[in-house]
Design a protein around this ligand. Structure first.
Ligand SMILES: Cc1cc2nc3c(=O)[nH]c(=O)nc-3n(C[C@H](O)[C@H](O)[C@H](O)COP(=O)(O)O)c2cc1C
Ligand code: SF4
Ligand code: FES
Length: 613
């Protein structure tokens, strides 16, 4: 009784829940750590009798009968709670960081056990169901079900089987590995990892094996090589030597006004590079109309099969992206920036963590101004409202609109969402405009974007090319032509969702608005090239399986539609009428872009490759 009073008067934990108060108190008093936790939990056993009313557990129906309530469901043990708290000792215990805490627990144990999830729920004041539904939503969390044997600390070996990797033989690789069975490793077929130019790709823990073979994968497992390799990149000091952060300084020092910046971006015609192609300056104006405080969220979730340009910018030019983010935040007068980075980019995460600290130490940003959040393997979290849900520590389920995220976004605040590449170009465009010595290139960057090209070309990779380049031009003049022994048959102009076109239509400019009349779109400009050795139909099946797996399941046309479509597409002869009906329903009734665009490749096959069905 006395001890519970001591805990409650802890002044450092004014706004916390009762349980958080105890844990915060315990963790902030090293001398008492452990003891207080223990006592608090002992007290809990008798809480109906000794705790004040507000802390009592009330369950529906107890009413007048005054049943003595007791906590239901799985209760964490004292030692489980203590162990999880020790693991998160540096952390503030915020519900919105649930995904990060799950990562930390999984990194430590190799999986998420019911005991650890119950302990985490207790610490965060969440129900176990909430923790469980989040943990099971994301592919990178390995949740153990009750009574499952605790697995040995196996290394997760993820083999990419999305289209570009499948073209390079990843399915055969998977088969061989499964029959060969690697000792001490778990083989997991996985979607695109953003390295389609070096396919097939395997991820061993957080270490990537490019051009993977059974031998190279085995070697990495045997060597326990699970850490990401950092590429060479320009750090803060080298970026500053080349004029880095001068544009941002001009913005905050009043040398560049908001109106000027808006005019430059408006007249450049810059459109969002995340896929939707919404004019960036127009979006700024929408968000500025909303009341403060506002937030900026950077979308670095890049999961569209065939797309790897955001990784390119994060690994090759991280400070250009960060300066672009600071400028965009200045434009909308946002105090905080959240970067949502996919878990598949561990090298980019290391770079960002290091360079964000360097920015703080250099006094360019205040500590905590830019927060880095990591995803956990869910393509749908690239959709902006799903991303926001995920940053808030929830399942990545798209929100219904209106309200739009520009009005009610992250933590209910007006939020500007920008793709990584968009931020890169925002800075570049302003830089070129400011620098008179670059007047000849003033408008050049307004006409450029990054195309990720993969598949049957000689030199796959990220190509900075004029916006609206044709596939033929891109293949021949940027990607070294077709790969040896392959003849150009078809291409995907916009990754998995953008449809498939035959080579006879390879002279259409690949830009927003130019491909729609052919049933396609450019989206994030992921160009995947197929040859005479590939089946367009099989490619479409691969893409539909991807959508089936990645559908968040919220709405029936997408959840059931993708599954039905896969089954129908696996039939020897396609039922055209039925597939057309299904496509219509999915397009018209799905809540978000995933379900609306999922039928594109299937429709392309019906339209352009009837001989294959
Ligand atoms: C299913 C789906 C997945 C998406 N994935 C991404 C993504 O990985 N990265 C991204 O920047 N935008 C993605 N988008 C688009 C975002 O919703 C949003 O339009 C974009 O991040 C806005 O930034 P921008 O205007 O700078 O392009 C996706 C959209 C949908 C419907
Ligand atoms: S369309 Fe698919 S991904 Fe989008 S909300 Fe519906 S079920 Fe989820
Ligand atoms: S990394 Fe395999 S398809 Fe992109």
């Amino acid at each position: 009784m006395l001890l519970s009073l001591v805990i409650k008067t802890n002044p450092t934990a004014e706004k916390c829940t009762y349980r958080e108060k105890c844990y915060n108190f315990a963790s902030s008093n090293a001398r008492l750590r452990g003891k207080i936790l223990f006592i608090e939990l002992k007290v809990q056993n008798y809480w109906p009798f000794i705790l004040p009313n507000i802390y009592k557990f009330h369950h529906p129906g107890s009413g007048r009968k005054q049943t003595i309530p007791f906590p239901k469901g799985r209760q964490p043990t004292e030692s489980d709670v203590l162990k999880v708290r020790e693991l998160l000792i540096e952390k503030p215990l915020l519900k919105s960081e649930l995904i990060e805490y799950l990562h930390i627990i999984q990194d430590q144990h190799g999986h998420l056990s019911s005991e650890n999830m119950a302990a985490l729920a207790e610490l965060l004041g969440l129900s176990l169901a909430e923790v469980y539904e989040v943990a099971t939503f994301y592919a990178h969390f390995d949740v153990l079900i009750d009574n499952a044997d605790i697995p040995p600390n196996e290394i997760a070996v993820r083999i990419c089987n999305s289209l570009p990797c499948a073209l390079s033989g990843s399915n055969k690789l998977l088969e061989n590995l499964e029959t060969d069975s690697l000792k001490g490793a778990r083989i997991i077929p996985s979607p695109c990892m953003g390295r389609c130019d070096v396919s097939p790709v395997a991820e061993i823990g957080h270490h990537y094996v490019d051009y993977a073979t059974t031998e190279s994968i085995k070697k990495a497992v045997d060597d326990n090589n699970t850490d990401p390799e950092l590429p060479d990149y320009p750090d803060l000091s080298s970026f500053k030597k080349n004029g880095g952060y001068n544009i941002y300084e001009a913005c905050i020092n009043g040398k560049l006004s908001y109106n000027e910046a808006e005019d430059i971006i408006l007249s450049s015609g810059l459109k969002g590079m995340g896929g939707a192609g919404f004019p960036s300056a127009q979006k700024w104006a929408f968000v500025r109309k909303e009341s403060k405080p506002r937030l900026l969220a950077v979308n670095a979730d890049e999961g569209e099969p065939g797309t790897f340009k955001d990784r390119y910018f994060l690994e090759k030019a991280p400070h250009e992206v960060l300066e672009g983010a600071l400028i965009a935040a200045w434009v909308i007068d946002a105090d905080e920036i959240y970067i949502y980075l996919r878990d598949e980019y561990p090298a980019a995460r290391k770079i960002l963590l290091k360079e964000l600290l360097a920015l703080e130490n250099a006094g360019i940003i205040n500590p905590g101004k830019i927060k880095l959040r990591r995803g956990a393997g869910a393509y749908i979290c690239g959709e902006e409202s799903a991303m926001i849900e995920s940053i808030e520590g929830k399942r990545g389920i798209p929100r219904h609109r209106p309200p739009y995220v520009a009005q009610v976004g992250l933590f209910q605040r007006p939020t500007l969402v920008h793709n990584v590449e968009t931020l890169y170009w925002i800075r570049k465009l302003l830089e070129n405009h400011q620098d008179s010595s670059k007047s000849d290139t003033k408008n050049l960057s307004a006409n450029l974007r990054a195309y990720s090209i993969s598949g049957r070309v000689r030199e796959p990779g990220v190509k900075i090319a004029p916006i609206g380049i044709t596939a033929r031009d891109l293949i021949n003049n940027y990607a070294g032509g077709m790969a040896e022994g392959h003849n150009f048959k078809a291409y995907l102009p916009g990754g998995a969702s953008g449809g498939i076109l035959p080579a006879s239509l390879a002279d259409i400019p690949m830009d927003f608005g130019t491909l729609e009349k052919y049933g396609c779109f450019v989206g994030s400009a992921a160009v995947i090239v197929l040859s005479d050795q590939d089946s367009a139909r099989e490619a479409a099946v691969n893409l539909m399986k991807f959508f089936e797996k990645e559908s968040c399941g919220q709405c029936t046309p997408c959840r059931v539609g993708t599954e039905k479509a896969v089954n129908l597409m696996l039939a020897e002869k396609w039922d055209e009428k039925l597939l057309e009906d299904l496509s219509k329903v999915m397009r018209e009734a799905s809540i978000c872009g995933l379900g609306q665009a999922a039928p594109n490749p299937m429709d392309s096959i019906l339209k352009y490759f009837p001989e294959e069905i």
